[in-house]
Design a protein around this ligand. Structure first.
Ligand code: ADP
Length: 203
């Protein structure tokens, strides 16, 4: 929502003088309280200001920002990871495409015969191979991105570090490994996981 000049003036007054009553804000802006009523209602409704009865208006934007940053700083991958969909290196391109649709995911993790991670296959990897006219029966191992080029997370990693890793390395998901030197996948974090965290923040 686009804030008007008057909204911004009100926010500045509340930020500087909170708690501050509607009468005080009106007086400083040279307006009547009834003129301000709808502006204050809008700012309260969108969560920028909170009205405390008999106390006045306070700026809630800051409260929100503080809650968000505190919660995110303390959150680890372990708190947020989701289950990883794992396929086998001998599975075909067709198997991988079926898994993407059936499991409703964008990234598949590929294990070898000893259940250790050997690669990652993304939606675009599969699209690319189809466009190139490759046989759908070839193994995913032929097209996957391979270890040691896989960016990984651990359960102890902070969620902010995982987010940075995904943006810096331009990947949509990270496998979560049992520990730093393990190739056992215990889950995943993805950009969708990050959106879910934001949507569930309690503020
Ligand atoms: P998409 O290709 O569908 O946009 P990504 O951006 O995640 O999905 O993948 C881009 C490329 O990076 C693909 O070739 C994929 O195999 C590879 N990739 C995906 N995840 C990882 C990861 N965690 N580490 C390394 N490479 C990855």
């Amino acid at each position: 929502m686009e804030l008007t000049k008057r909204h911004k003036q009100i926010i500045a007054i509340v930020k500087a003088q909170q708690p501050v009553s509607g009468d005080q804000i009106a007086e400083q802006l040279g307006l009547t309280k009834s003129t301000l009523r709808s502006d204050l209602a809008v700012l309260t409704m969108i969560g920028t200001l909170a009205a405390r009865p008999k106390v006045g208006y306070i700026y809630r934007g800051e409260v929100f920002e503080q809650v968000v940053s505190d919660e995110l700083k303390n959150m680890t991958v372990k708190n947020a990871m989701e289950s990883a969909i794992i396929i086998h290196q001998d599975d075909t391109i067709d198997d991988a495409i079926t898994a993407l649709f059936m499991q409703d995911v964008d990234t598949l993790f590929v294990n070898d015969n000893t259940d250790k991670l050997v690669g990652v296959v993304s939606r675009k990897d599969l699209l690319r191979t189809l466009i190139m006219g490759n046989n759908h029966s070839i193994a995913v191992a032929v097209i996957m991105t391979r270890v040691p080029n896989i960016h990984m997370a651990t359960p102890q990693m902070s969620i902010l570090k995982a987010a940075k890793l995904m943006t810096e390395r331009q990947v949509d998901a990270l496998p979560v490994m049992k520990s730093e030197f393990s190739f056992d996948v215990v889950g995943k974090v993805s950009k969708t996981t990050l959106v879910k965290i934001l949507a569930n923040l309690d503020y």
